[in-house]
Write a protein that binds this ligand. Structure first.
Ligand SMILES: Cc1cc2nc3c(=O)[nH]c(=O)nc-3n(C[C@H](O)[C@H](O)[C@H](O)COP(=O)(O)OP(=O)(O)OC[C@H]3O[C@@H](n4cnc5c(N)ncnc54)[C@H](O)[C@@H]3O)c2cc1C
Length: 384
């Protein structure tokens, strides 16, 4: 059941943050969207600028150099950026909620002081490595190992599909520290770029989200001190699942931004494009599509706000976060598909934004747990 009597009236601060993110996206991202998409360029300077605005450490308390804002503002920022460019939205989300989020949740004070100020200001870009070539949904079966030797850990293995796998200055990496398939057999570590034995590997050539770098991270006898370990030995997988609980709000927000961007473009186009001497919006075949799109976006928005509300109040968000991620991502794919249909042949070209929304949206049903895995999480929760 959703939380009763929720009040989702936007606060003054949320409205201000939305305006700043919207203005930034229009001025600094929109003019370059297709150039970055075509070249698959990861535009590092944009993230530094977003860092100056506090958008790379949204949830990080001010004492660690962050903006100290809530999940409501975080959702708004991801959404406003993704309306214009999903791939920048994805990178901002991964940086904030995965790498930074993991250190924020599970780092000790010394670790927080060491890494969070650099991440929150985007002096450093963060990466987070759970997925491996043979373990995606079945992430608990990881093969990348960390072995204790004296006061150090030696990491060996490969992580792939990692957002900022090459460009990240610092990475949280979840490694196996126990027997395969054993309980509590993984531990999380922080590895800084430049550490001997740590390198970036193949960069993926993707369908969408092309300005967000996705690459391998390779560990070859990479030695790190025990002081880089996050939390207890054996807690890495449990920590990762907690991080992903929040990450699902990110992907729901990313989905909403893409859906809203596609919907707004289609709404406008449907009133401008004339066929049979009428705007195409006057045909029920088009107006009913718009009605469905608007309704589904509204429902996905409310689900995501409910997850933000629970998270803000410190309650478990496992079920609602998975619901929001699952529903919003499927809505994004459907809305982007309908938007291309409303644009007709023009929607199939790169002259209009909807084809990119269509390509970008698909990632949302895959990354940070596929739709099938979200249904697994939700069904476990409802059958408890
Ligand atoms: C652009 C991009 C960015 C990414 N960024 C990161 C990152 O920063 N860090 C990171 O660690 N990972 C990242 N990932 C990895 C992502 O989380 C995985 O791709 C995702 O979890 C799915 O794993 P997989 O691709 O191996 O698919 P698989 O696990 O091989 O799944 C293949 C299919 O089988 C289905 N399936 C699997 N198991 C079940 C089951 N039990 N029941 C029903 N169906 C099932 C899946 O739903 C899917 O349809 C990223 C991926 C992409 C594409």
């Amino acid at each position: 059941m959703l939380v009763p009597y929720m009040n989702f009236q936007k606060s003054e601060i949320t409205l201000q943050v939305a305006q700043i993110a919207r203005d930034f996206a229009q001025q600094h991202i929109k003019p370059h969207v297709m150039e970055w998409d075509e070249s698959q360029e990861f535009p590092t300077p944009i993230f530094k600028q977003l860092g100056e605005l506090g958008m790379m450490g949204v949830l990080v308390p001010e004492q660690y150099g962050g903006a100290g804002l809530s999940y409501f503002e975080y959702k708004t920022i991801i959404e406003e950026i993704a309306k214009v460019d999903g791939s920048i939205g994805l990178s901002v989300a991964a940086h904030n909620s995965l790498c930074t989020g993991h250190i924020l949740l599970f780092g000790n004070n010394e670790q927080k002081e060491r890494w969070l100020p650099k991440l929150a200001t985007a002096e450093w870009i963060g990466a987070w490595g759970l997925t491996e070539p043979n373990t995606g949904s079945d992430a608990g079966n990881m093969q990348c190992t960390a072995t204790k030797e004296g006061d150090n850990w030696i990491i060996n293995g490969t992580k792939n599909w990692i957002t900022h796998g090459r460009s990240g200055d610092v990475a949280v990496v979840i490694c196996r520290t126990g027997e395969p398939r054993a309980k509590n057999n993984a531990t999380a570590f922080v590895v800084e770029r430049g550490t001997k034995g740590f390198s970036g590997g193949k960069k993926e050539n993707k369908l969408g989200m092309r300005a967000s770098e996705t690459a391998e991270m390779i560990f070859d006898a990479c030695v790190i001190p025990d002081s880089n370990r996050l939390g207890d030995v054996g807690d890495g997988f449990k920590q990762a699942m907690k991080v992903l609980d929040g990450g699902r709000i990110s992907i729901a927000s990313l989905s909403l931004g893409i859906a809203k961007g596609a919907y707004e473009a289609a709404l406008q186009y449907s009133q401008e494009r004339h066929q049979f001497d009428k705007p195409i919006s006057s045909f029920q075949g088009i107006s009913f599509k718009l009605a469905d799109m608007a309704t589904e976006i509204e429902a996905a928005d409310l689900l995501t706000l409910s997850a933000c509300d629970l998270k803000t109040r410190g309650e478990s968000v496992t079920k609602l976060g998975a619901m929001a991620k699952y529903y919003a991502s499927e809505v994004a794919v459907k809305v982007a598909n309908d938007a291309v249909q409303i644009f007709g042949g023009y929607g199939y070209t790169k002259d209009f934004p909807v084809e990119k929304h269509y390509r970008d949206a698909k990632l949302c049903t895959i990354g940070e747990g596929t739709s099938e895995i979200q249904k697994l999480v939700i069904s476990r929760e409802v059958l408890k």
